[in-house]
Structures are given as structure tokens and as C-alpha cells.
Ligand binder design. Structure first.
Ligand code: FES
Ligand SMILES: [Fe+2]
Length: 458
């Protein structure tokens, strides 16, 4: 019934006026179709290669709501396998990570190799009379598995474009913004917690630089977001000035194909130089250093070098460039999202430094993070209200700064430099409708909106 009302999905987002239909955040049928048309089709982030370095290492991840095993087979090849026995569906792997020689189903004992092949069936001779074709009953394998600079992704759909093509300039830049900082190692364990919100609201928020002064007022009050406690008032004045020189239009939004986007502050040479000049009082963070190396510049390109905002790799991977973290927003029904935080530390940092980074990350995001607690409350309340039959008669407003700024395309990367705006969110929802309207990768490839052209008003 609802589908009849809402389809084609492109009617749910009006890019001219900046309105978005609330049903997409609460409707159960729409959610079910998202699992099919977005999560079962897209490249989903699995883990970092350093989490599964050796043959037999595995890490349990998710594609939508479905558990998958990211592992390395005996040849060292990455494999992503649906964690569901082909006999009665039981999970064949229950540990979140570890090392295994095979996956034994705890129900009746079917056993699968690291490449998913069915290799052992109790009673194969006596009960099955050797008539079960084991080659046909292996674990369901991902359509494609690939790694970009150590970041492992999988898609269940073999028709998906290859990972690098899927990521495009903007998706690759998003990962480069963390991968190019130098060698990093993952911190063991992933922080996981459940927030009562639709997964898209958590994505929407990572682009949102309108909310911090209100939502995070208490964090500002206690000085949490001021950074660099050793900085003097003079230092702050220098930083402010540098920021003003480099950032008359201080907010940059970058638009990628298939829904990838980056939104947030624009960096500048002036601001980086100013921070470097006070290296004894502020951490000479790798965030600054790598951008001006020849390798960093080459990887990030002209647009990326001065992009300091937050990327989202569609659908649900936030590369948290302010720190060394990645966050997955895993759907758990239309009204719940499981938030995962992966943290990294620079490989060569001292133990004390690594501890400090982890400590500060734990206090920002994750279950104990001040900011995430502020944000989660808002997403929870938004989602509750979004369910309302009355509320759903009225769209949400994404009109901030709309149709005012000409797009620039430099080195093939479409972006705008302007004031705080909601362009990245609107772009995400616009492309979301195209994923939802497309019945296959072929249709999506043919019909998706390309990033805007130079001079387009956005
Ligand atoms: S459910 Fe796995 S062996 Fe029966
Ligand atoms: Fe926030």
C-alpha cells in the first residue's frame, strides 16, 4: 500500500525545494526494500586487512542485517561468506573474530572450509548414501570482495562495478584521507552500541555542521572541543586568523557518484602552517603533516588536500577524519541502528601516545562518547516522531543555502565551497531514491545522477 503511494521513490525527495519525505525514516516496507536494493547490492565495508592478516583469520561483519564472515583462505585470498549453514541455516561462526581452520556448524556438524566449500557432512555415507553434491552446498559467497589500501569491502551482487570504480574519485579520496596518513594499526576490538534511530539519520548527521553549537553546547562548555589544551589565547587568535584567510567560504561539500559525499570544514595551507608553527604546544598531528607531502598531495589531489570534512562511503561507512576512526551504521530494523567504531593508531607512535589517542576517541564517540550521546538522543527523538501518521504528512526541510552556489569541478572532483549547508545530505537522499527505484545494478548504472557539472547551481 505504502509502496503504491511512495513509488517511484524519486518523488520522496524534491531537490528543487529541498524537501524529504519522512516515511523513508520509519516505514517498515521501505526498510525491507533498502535491505534488498541498497545493502544486498552495494559494496559494504567489512574490516581492515590488519584484522585478518593470516590464513584462517576471520572477522564477523554484516551486510545489512545479515552476518558475514570476512576471512582469509589457505591461499591468503580474502573471502566473505554468509554466516548461515546451508542445512538449516544455523550460524557457522559465533566468535566475533579469531583464527579457524574451518567453520563447523554446531547444529548437525556440517563443516565448511575457509573458502566456503562444504568439506564435511556427518553421515555422508550412511545417511546421505553419498548422494549429496557437496560442491553445490558451500556457504553463500560474496559476489565480489576487494580491498582498497587495506580497507576490505564486499558486495553480494556480482553485477556491481569493481570496487575502485564504485568508490570513484570521491570514495577513494575518502579512504585516502585516513590511509595516506602513514602506517596505522587497528586497535583490537570494535565498539558497538545500539541507538534507537533510523540508520540514515546517523549518516545525515556526519555531514551536519549546523548542530554542534546547539547539540554539543555542553561539550563546548567544558572545553572538550577546543583542542590543544596547551594553546595560549594568542595561539587561538593566530589560528582564527589563519582560518579566516584560508576559509572565507569555510564549508566544502564534495559530490561522488552512487551517493558518496564529503561535507564539512575546508582546510587551508594557512591553517596548516599556523598549527605547525605551534608544534610544541599542539600535536603536530599526522592530519596536518601528510597533506603537504608529495605523496599525500598526489593521492588527495587539489580538492582533497583542503578537504577536512567528513566522508560517507555510501551507504553507511563514515570515515571519521577528525580522528583515526571508521564508523559503520548498521541497520537493525527501521527504528534501530547498531553503531560500530573501528579505531586505529599510528604504527610508530609511542605507547603513551597510542593510549592518549584511544582515550580521547573513547570520550568523543561510541557508547561513552560525549558527542555521540548528544547526537543519539536527537536521532532517537527524530525517529520516534518520524513514525507518526500525522508527522508523515509533512516533509523535512533541507533547503539551507539551496540553489545559491556554483559547483566547481577540479581534476574531475565536483564540489562547492560555501557556508554551512545541507547539500551533502540532500545529495545522499537524492541518490538513495535512485538506488531504491532501480531493480538491478544495470538499471542503477544507467540511471544514476552523475555528480554536478562545473557551474551548476547547487
Ligand atoms: S544446520 Fe548446520 S548442520 Fe544442520
Ligand atoms: Fe554531533
Amino acid at each position: 500500500m505504502l509502496h503504491e503511494m511512495k513509488t517511484p521513490f524519486r518523488t520522496m525527495v524534491d531537490v528543487e525545494t529541498g524537501t524529504v519525505d519522512r516515511a523513508m525514516f520509519a516505514d517498515a516496507d521501505i526498510y525491507q526494500l533498502e535491505l534488498e536494493r541498497i545493502f544486498a547490492r552495494a559494496w559494504n565495508f567489512m574490516c581492515h586487512e590488519s584484522q585478518i592478516p593470516k590464513a584462517g583469520d576471520f572477522f564477523l561483519s554484516f551486510i545489512g542485517e545479515e552476518s558475514v564472515i570476512a576471512t582469509r583462505d589457505k591461499k591468503g585470498e580474502l573471502q566473505v561468506l554468509l554466516n548461515s549453514c546451508r542445512h538449516r541455516g544455523n550460524a557457522v561462526c559465533r566468535a566475533e573474530s579469531g583464527n579457524a581452520r574451518s567453520f563447523l556448524c554446531t547444529y548437525h556438524g556440517w563443516t565448511y572450509g575457509l573458502d566456503g566449500q562444504l568439506i564435511g557432512v556427518p553421515g555422508y555415507k550412511d545417511f546421505y548414501h553419498e548422494q549429496l553434491d557437496k560442491s553445490q552446498w558451500g556457504l553463500v559467497k560474496a559476489g565480489k570482495v576487494a580491498s582498497y589500501k587495506g580497507f576490505v569491502f564486499a558486495t553480494m551482487d556480482p553485477e556491481a562495478p569493481d570496487l575502485e570504480e564504485y568508490l570513484g574519485e570521491v570514495g577513494r579520496m575518502s579512504i585516502d584521507l585516513i590511509a595516506e596518513r602513514g602506517d596505522m594499526v587497528i586497535v583490537e576490538g570494535v565498539q558497538k552500541n545500539l541507538i534507537g534511530c533510523n540508520w540514515k539519520l546517523a549518516v545525515d548527521n556526519l555531514f551536519d555542521w549546523y548542530h554542534p553549537q546547539i547539540s554539543h553546547a555542553s561539550a563546548f562548555m567544558v572545553g572538550m572541543l577546543r583542542g590543544g589544551s596547551k594553546l595560549t589565547p594568542e595561539d587561538h587568535a593566530v589560528l582564527e586568523k589563519a582560518r579566516a584567510v584560508g576559509m572565507s567560504r569555510g564549508h566544502r561539500v564534495v559530490f561522488g557518484a552512487y551517493g558518496h559525499a564529503i561535507g564539512g570544514p575546508r582546510g587551508s595551507q594557512e591553517a596548516r602552517d599556523a598549527r605547525r608553527s605551534m608544534a610544541d604546544r599542539i600535536e603536530p598531528i599526522m592530519e596536518d603533516l601528510y597533506r603537504d607531502t608529495p605523496q599525500g598531495r598526489a593521492a588527495l589531489g587539489e580538492v582533497g588536500v583542503d578537504t577536512s570534512g567528513h566522508p560517507n562511503i555510501f551507504p553507511n561507512l563514515w570515515v571519521s577524519t577528525g580522528a583515526y576512526q571508521l564508523s559503520l551504521r548498521l541497520p537493525r530494523g527501521p527504528l534501530n541502528t547498531e553503531i560500530w567504531w573501528f579505531s586505529f593508531v599510528p604504527k610508530d607512535a609511542s605507547e603513551a601516545k597510542k593510549k592518549e589517542i584511544i582515550n580521547s576517541e573513547n570520550h568523543v564517540f561510541g557508547a561513552a562518547g560525549l558527542l555521540e550521546q548528544d547526537d543519539g538522543e536527537n536521532w532517537d527523538q527524530s525517529t520516534r516522531a518520524m513514525k507518526g501518521v500525522i508527522a508523515q504528512r509533512y516533509p523535512l526541510n533541507f533547503s539551507m543555502g539551496l540553489n545559491k552556489t556554483p559547483v566547481q569541478v577540479i581534476e574531475g572532483v565536483a564540489h562547492v565551497d560555501t557556508n554551512i549547508n545541507e547539500h551533502a545530505q540532500l545529495w545522499t537522499y537524492r541518490i538513495w531514491t535512485e538506488w531504491m527505484d532501480a531493480d538491478s545494478w544495470a538499471t542503477l548504472k544507467a540511471n544514476h545522477t552523475k555528480p554536478p557539472a562545473h557551474g551548476d547551481l547547487i
